[in-house]
Design a protein around this ligand. Structure first.
Ligand code: FES
Ligand SMILES: [Fe+2]
Length: 389
């Protein structure tokens, strides 16, 4: 495939033979070669074949509750604006002016229309071009041809997903049986109360792998999460573009050991009532759905070794309306503000080690099945022989 970096692609980078050992069953498998985490050509291929085709999670619709509320993001190099229209619909557009291409919307906020900061072309909240100063002498100009370019956006229970591929199957096909399996959490009745961003010095896969294995907990979180009791989280059967761990335990997984918090979600049933779900929605979104709340880890890959992490915390509206909410929620924030920096730090250290010319593929334990699953899911899509989804 021609690309700016194709001349520097090392031979065999996208050849299935290079990855034969990653393809073996878990007990015999090697990890992905270090270049998969460090090399620009591999990252560009992931962007083209994964992130430009997947349903990418970008947060909660309650971030923009009112008409005119908007936020912007740069997702794998695509500047995007997400806005709630006058009709209450949430839409996404390429954040590039149709005149000469400037960013149209900056940051986040509320507006009645988007006015380009360069020459003041103005766009309605539904993307239509409203005005273009001095355009009257330009021949054959039709306003309807120069609206903001729409990007597909679909929602599930208040969660927003973008897709840059106009031909992609709907979000619900991507999510498979996840909405059914997690329906008793009643996510649609939740409110995001805190959204925190971090800039990581690691590849996006390193962070996903960390979140999807419990092997590191005894070491990385030895004086924090390790004190939570219960059997090891186990891989669950799933259908769709997601995989998951589920852990049986008492209490909430969003609190440090010994802390008490809010009442449990009233509607919980089945496994959700007996423990915590940790789904990975491919490619790079992790949820922690526990008995009193949910949190998410949302990744925006920037380069092979840079990733933006967004951590969102959501609670049932009924919980948020409690008079003691602000006081008690601090115990939850303490848990996340302890464990997440521990995961961030170890992920950055892993990236440094993997960047060495002496780094080599490793082997996996029985506690890392989802690390193996992710590697193979990525290879299914990026190697030369990989077919379309
Ligand atoms: S680039 Fe936006 S108005 Fe000129
Ligand atoms: Fe961790």
């Amino acid at each position: 495939m021609p690309s700016a970096s194709s001349s520097s692609v090392e031979p065999g980078l996208f050849s299935p033979a290079t990855y034969a050992r990653v393809r073996r069953p878990l007990q015999s498998a090697e990890t992905l070669p270090p270049g998969c985490y460090t090399c620009e050509a591999f990252f560009r291929r992931e962007v083209e074949r994964i992130f430009m085709k997947a349903w990418n999670f970008i947060g909660r619709a309650d971030r923009i509750p009112d008409p005119g509320d908007y936020f912007t993001l740069d997702f794998v190099g695509v500047p995007t604006v997400v806005v709630r229209g006058k009709d209450g619909e949430v839409r996404a557009f390429a954040n590039s002016c149709r005149h000469r291409g400037s960013i149209v919307a900056v940051g986040e906020g509320n507006c009645r229309a988007f006015k380009c900061p360069y020459h003041s072309w103005a766009y309605a909240l539904d993307g239509k071009l409203l005005s273009a100063p001095e355009i009257d002498q330009t021949l054959d100009f039709r306003f309807e041809d120069y609206g903001l370019v729409p990007i597909r956006l679909e929602t599930w229970d208040g969660f927003l997903f973008l897709n840059f591929d106009p031909g992609a199957a709907p979000l619900m096909a991507w999510l498979g049986d996840l909405p059914d399996r997690l329906s008793s959490y009643a996510f649609e009745k939740m409110v995001c109360v805190r959204r925190k961003e971090y800039l990581l010095d690691c590849n996006w896969k390193i962070y996903v792998e960390n979140a999807m294995e419990a092997y590191h907990v005894a070491t990385v979180h030895r004086s924090t999460l390790q004190r939570q009791k219960g059997p090891v989280a186990a891989k669950q059967p799933t259908r769709g573009q997601w995989i998951a761990l589920w852990k049986e335990h008492e209490g909430s997984r969003a609190l440090l050991a010994g802390e008490t918090g809010f009442p449990f979600i009233e509607t919980l049933a089945g496994q959700a009532a007996r423990g915590t779900w940790y789904p990975l929605i491919y490619p790079s979104t992790m949820f922690g759905a526990t008995r009193d709340c949910m949190w998410w880890l949302e990744l925006h890959p920037i380069s092979p070794s840079r990733t933006r992490l967004v951590v969102g915390s959501s609670f049932p509206r009924k919980t948020v309306e409690r008079p003691d909410f602000n006081e008690v929620v601090e115990r939850y924030y303490k848990r996340w503000d302890t464990s997440i920096p521990e995961d961030n730090d170890i992920s950055n250290l892993q990236q440094r080690g993997l960047s060495s010319p002496f780094a080599r593929p490793g082997r996996l334990t029985h506690l890392e099945p989802l690390v193996h699953d992710l590697a193979n899911w990525v290879l299914d899509r990026v190697l030369d022989e990989a077919g379309p989804d």
